[in-house]
Design a protein around this ligand. Sequence first.
Ligand SMILES: Nc1nc2c(ncn2[C@@H]2O[C@H](COP(=O)(O)OP(=O)(O)OP(=O)(O)O)[C@@H](O)[C@H]2O)c(=O)[nH]1
Ligand SMILES: [Mg+2]
Length: 202
Amino acid sequence: MTPHKITVDGMSACGKTRLIAALAEHATTHYNGKTKPQENICGDLSPITSIEIQDAEPRSIDFWEVSYSSCGRLTVLAYPKTKLVLFCFPLDYLDDPNFEWDVKDKVDYLISKESHKGKDAPLILVGCRNDLRKQKEDAGSWTAFREGSKEFEKYARKNYLEYFECSAENRENIAELFQAVIGSNDSAPKKRRVISSKCILL
Ligand SMILES: Nc1nc2c(ncn2[C@@H]2O[C@H](COP(=O)(O)OP(=O)(O)OP(=O)(O)O)[C@@H](O)[C@H]2O)c(=O)[nH]1
Ligand SMILES: [Mg+2]
């Protein structure tokens, strides 16, 4: 079975583990996927989630999480030979301009020539926790969030990156993101996608 390694990196505590769990659940339901039980390493769960899916050909999708709270020593193994990087950040922090700068700074490095990410591995920018962002917007502070979202769409376009806004909580755009993940080793050239929430005019 062909292994397909995906690195899940991003900001600390932004929802990477829950995103992987939502993608694994989607694979189980829609691709007859089987998630292998995670091993226990030194008292921590392994950062690797392997899912065997039955697509055109059976394959194993291996998510390697770069976690800030567990398995720190194993994170150096997350990048070598990866096929795709999902760089995650929390959308409920979009109203903080310093935070936006921090995300862009990290992504700028990852897509630069100096990066430890292989140059052939594409990077998808993934905004997580869109349900929490919407809660904050509903509380009346929506302008800063809309501006932040537009800014990331623009940034993704400028750098030829795909961009998704998701929620592991309510499964928003999880199917679309999973499709992008399993399509990432197809040889046919793909159109760059920006999948975000619809703008509601009040
Ligand atoms: N409401 C909501 N909460 C979320 C969502 N995704 C993650 N969270 C919460 O955000 C917190 C951090 O989630 P994790 O998945 O552990 O984040 P992480 O990026 O894996 O964290 P580290 O591995 O420590 O870097 C937890 O309290 C989650 O329940 C989401 O889509 N919606
Ligand atoms: Mg985690």
